[in-house]
Design a protein around this ligand. Sequence first.
Ligand code: URA
Length: 199
Amino acid sequence: MTIKEHKQELLDQLYNTYKKSNECHVGYKERTNIVFGEGNPDAKLMLIGEAPGEEEDKQGLPFVGRSGILLNKALALAEINRSELYITNVVKCRPPNNRTPSETEIKTCTEMFLDKQIKIVRPKVIVTLGSIATRALLNKEVKITKIHGQIFNQENFIIIPIYHPSYVLRNRSVSQEWLDDIKRIREIYIKIINHKNEK
Ligand code: URA
């Protein structure tokens, strides 16, 4: 079994534990699916959003609605292939009326899923989309308008926060800045991968 297959098996095991009951552990009653995450289980680049929206809830897949379409366009412009990344959200079920998840909900979901997904995939670069994901990963209050594009070194990976695509949809004036951040992320990620292969 390859490393990639092994990681996929571990992710499937984690997902299946909850998929069977299809229970939302933070108690969101009106959601359809657990949106666990998708992509390359051995990805060096992991993207983390806030929580599924309506379309993601219907399809059970992350970033397939309007935000996802914009994100796909930006990734394509930056020459990042969505199939080479792993993409997920902090909260796995759609919050009632799309509201922002509470601190307790974020903590519960992170411990149950996200921390384990990160441990399995072991990405080198984590890109947090928006302030909720960034706060959850950095464990501190942040202003995304101030820190987007910056690199935060952690023990096993770096975190680079960027604007959430839904923010970009609402504030078109930040589109170029957002795209520049994504292009820079690609450069950083390519450097990390090449450096690892040289060793
Ligand atoms: N917004 C998110 O944060 N995640 C999704 O999957 C879709 C929209």
